[in-house]
Every structure is written in structure tokens, then in C-alpha cells.
Design a protein. Structure first.
Length: 164
């Protein structure tokens, strides 16, 4: 259980560091965010490997994130096949999957990280703007569907192994 918790934690940290890199670097260059070089994983990767560009650092950080996600998938498969977790532990794992996915969706869709350059363009507010239409909703629904399908697959696997 400790390994999957650590992998989920690493994935969230890695995706946040990539998403916030530009904003944090901008603040650091203006004299703020003094810990940027020692707290942002993408900045650490750039320095550690003496990379010449931010793009190279982001690409390497993203490759590391993808490797973490591959390990997450393998660990979930191992946990399923060995039957070593209780029903309550599987509920926790399922909840953590939702948290990791929500964190990633936030990093992708929020202008918080990239400022105006990352803002999803919207059209003039329509009278039906409160409904699930236009803007970023199609992307959010797509991600939500992927999470739901993945969750359902793992839930089905949990049930077939008799976890609940």
C-alpha cells in the first residue's frame, strides 16, 4: 500500500511542477519565489542535467511523470493479482485515483498555472452558459468519462477478486 500511495503522491507533485514551472520562474526572475530552484522539480531537473532550455527540462520532467504513471499502472495490477489489500484499502486507492485525476485535470485546464497564455478561450457568455456546453466542458467531460471508465474497470476487477 505504501508504494502506491508514494507513486500517487509523486505523480501529483510532478504534474504540478511541470504545470507551474513558467509561472514560478517568472516570479523567481522578478525576485519572488526565492525557493524556485530548490522546490520545483522541473527546475531541479534542468539544473541537475545542465539542460540548455526550459523546454528540454519540461520534456524530461514529463517523461519522468509518464514513467511514474506506468509504475502506478503496474503496481495497481500487482495489487489486484496478489489480493493483499482489504476492501477499505481498495476504497482508499479508488479515492486516490480520483484525486490524482482531478489534480491533473486542474493542471491542464486552469489558467492559474500559465496565466493568460494558458487560459482556455471562451466565447461571449450565452444565456445557457450554466449548462454543460461549450468552453472547457467537453474536455472536462472527456476526462471525467476516462476516470469513470478506469474506476469501473478497477471496481470490476476488485469485485472479481472478491474485494467487495
Amino acid at each position: 500500500m505504501a508504494r502506491i500511495v508514494r507513486l500517487f503522491s509523486d505523480q501529483m507533485l510532478e504534474s504540478n511542477d511541470i504545470a507551474s514551472f513558467d509561472k514560478e520562474k517568472k516570479h523567481w526572475l522578478s525576485g519572488n519565489a526565492k525557493q524556485f530552484l530548490t522546490t520545483n522539480g522541473t527546475a531541479i531537473i534542468r539544473d541537475l542535467f545542465s539542460l540548455k532550455s526550459d523546454e528540454a527540462a519540461k520534456a524530461l520532467a514529463y517523461a519522468n511523470q509518464m514513467e511514474t504513471e506506468r509504475q502506478m499502472d503496474r503496481e495497481l495490477g500487482d495489487l489486484l493479482s496478489t489480493g493483499q489489500l482489504s476492501t477499505d484499502e481498495w476504497h482508499l486507492v479508488n479515492a486516490m485515483l480520483y484525486c490524482v485525476t482531478g489534480n491533473l485535470i486542474s493542471a491542464v485546464t486552469m489558467c492559474r498555472y500559465g496565466g493568460e497564455a494558458a487560459r482556455i478561450p471562451t466565447t461571449k457568455k450565452r444565456s445557457d452558459a450554466n449548462r454543460l456546453s461549450g468552453g472547457m466542458w467537453p474536455m472536462i467531460l472527456l476526462f471525467s468519462a476516462a476516470v469513470a471508465l478506469t474506476s469501473q474497470w478497477y471496481s470490476g476487477a476488485f469485485k472479481s477478486f472478491g474485494f467487495w
